[in-house]
Design a protein around this ligand. Sequence first.
Ligand code: CAA
Length: 383
Amino acid sequence: MALDTETFSILLDTVERFVAERLVPLEAQVAEEDQVPADVITEMKELGLFGLTIPEEYGGLGLTMTEEIEVAIKLGGTTPAFRSVFGTNIGIGSQGIVMDGTTEQKAHYLPKLATGEMISSFALTEPEAGSDAGSLKTCARLEGDHYVLNGTKRFITNSPSADIFTLMARTDPDTPGAKGISAFIVERNSPGLSVGPPDKKMGQQGAKTADVILEDCRVPAANIIGGIAGVGFKTAMKVLDRGRLHISAVSVGIAERLIKECIAYASERKQFGKAIAEFQLIQAMLADSKAESYAARTMVFDAAKKKEAGENITLEAACCKMFATEMVGKVADRAVQIFGGAGYISEYPIERLYRDVRLFRIYEGTTQIQQLVIARELLKDAE
Ligand code: CAA
């Protein structure tokens, strides 16, 4: 346990209150304006949310995986756009440095990421390399003590506000696939780097994604994560193992929020002379949603414990990501059904959350990629 029990319990209560009292009332505004207000971001920094998972020696809270899961479930109590503000700093943007960075890289970047002074982003996906991440084309050519990067990264979360990118590029053009890839820390102000206009998305307004374009972008050779070329794909996969567990926990949190909304609405809404909650067909939908979200909750804590025990959780993280994100999709769909016409109208939060959660089945590896990972791990065991 990184924090003592009492301190962690205070943190959890604080996050729960921040979500309920500060963030939930702002959900509609954020969706409308496609922007999280600056004062909310300042409060997130003051609460230490940007440094939840960064080791204490670098100024973060150093939460364990289980603690991170607990906080992520609480954060799921509101629109995922809020979590996204600091989600890359505590996850895919920083974890490459935390896991594989040199002492110098950690000392230079992590303290600034922990306070939110710097925003990080994870740049793996490309126009022609999505699920097949190992086929990425962005190239990095060594010239003296710099690499020169060329290529385009696509759908990069938080790139419009990012100060640094954990960016995967091919340092060995003669080695196809995963082995020729290296992970770099690329600073936003590197010459030759530009960020495209924010993408127009189906949901999660307030969370920004955009292209990152590299045109003869010069990056110091010292910025290869860990100082070793050719192992960047593994760094990316390890980061994603952890990220997938985090997204699973957020999915559980949102499912629990949706169930709460459904219970309140079904208890209030009257048809045929009584509250619709009294009808067994409504009860069946509530029951299915609860059982499935409970199963996902149990899975993520089990996987987190295994990770803390030092086990490889590639298979478990993929199971959690597949099950929890599909689960929240079904829970959101039932919520629309329980709300009926009101579930289709944007005045209620259900319509928005329904669109927001759709992304979870796609990013950080689609459901189909999770199936593939699970099957590969199973078959590996049989070898
Ligand atoms: N941990 C450590 N190493 C791993 C690993 C893991 N989880 N998974 C694979 N590796 C290693 C392998 O052991 C292998 O190393 P060796 O050759 O030394 O044995 C190497 O990496 C290559 O592995 P594979 O042969 O399995 O690679 P592959 O090309 O077949 O691809 C894949 C595997 C699972 C399909 C992978 O490409 C993948 O996960 N694709 C999905 C990509 C993805 O999740 N993208 C999301 C983008 S990020 C995002 O969405 C964030 C955002 O902005 C919000």
